[in-house]
Design a protein around this ligand. Structure first.
Ligand SMILES: [Fe+2]
Length: 209
């Protein structure tokens, strides 16, 4: 078990690898980062690869790798002081890219952490009803997940880069992720992340090993 600092001071997280019989205290988001092996909760319930769920005061067996986000449900995005601290502590998309299209976009990102072939960062979207850009390419071939940590959101699938061409929506609530959006060849449909309420999500990119 390794404590990770990339979400702090707002979000406490831990990386697990080959940790059998690990005791989770309180409510936590558990993400299975392994692409082959299940995580077993309380010796009976299986969390499949690249899926997430909420566990509470539970013993888990992680034969592969996993991320735990602790104290789930304690981050209050309706508290304006918290929101302000996060906006100041994390970097806006515009600060990160200096692209004109990102000016004023309310996405604020934590530092990134890379462990082996997995890269992750948290992202605050401080406005409801706010979409990311629509895209289908990523900088490198990756399996991309959005894990909802606070608030409610969607990953929308689209026929084209036109926002009116949405044909499916994958709902996200705190503690879960969506089904894979890539096909067997690693090709994605046009897609975007869109908040319903103010949100924090964990962006995950898993590269080929
Ligand atoms: Fe994407």
């Amino acid at each position: 078990m390794q404590k990770l600092s990339f979400g702090e001071p707002f979000i406490e997280s831990r990386y697990l690898e080959g940790d059998m019989g690990f005791a989770v205290s309180g409510a936590a988001m558990l993400l299975n980062l392994d692409e082959e092996r299940d995580i077993v909760i309380e010796g009976e319930y299986k969390l499949p690869p690249l899926q997430a769920m909420v566990v509470r005061d539970a013993v888990i067996d992680v034969p592969g790798k996993a991320l735990l986000v602790c104290s789930l449900g304690t981050l209050d995005l309706d508290d304006l002081q918290t929101l302000d601290c996060m906006r100041k502590g994390w970097k806006s998309n515009y600060e990160l890219t200096h692209l004109e299209k990102h000016r004023g976009v309310p996405f604020f990102k934590s530092p990134r952490v890379t462990i082996g072939n997995v890269t992750m960062n948290f992202c605050l979207v401080s406005e409801p009803g706010c979409p990311s850009g629509i895209h289908r390419e990523h900088p490198a071939p990756v399996r991309e997940l959005h894990v909802q940590i606070a608030g409610e959101a969607y990953v929308d699938l689209m026929k084209s880069a036109d926002p009116d061409s949405m044909y499916a929506s994958l709902p996200l609530t705190a503690g879960i992720t969506h089904m894979p959006t890539w096909n067997a060849d690693g090709v994605y449909p046009w897609h975007r992340y869109r908040t319903k309420t103010r949100s924090v999500f964990l962006g995950v990119e898993i590269a080929d090993e």
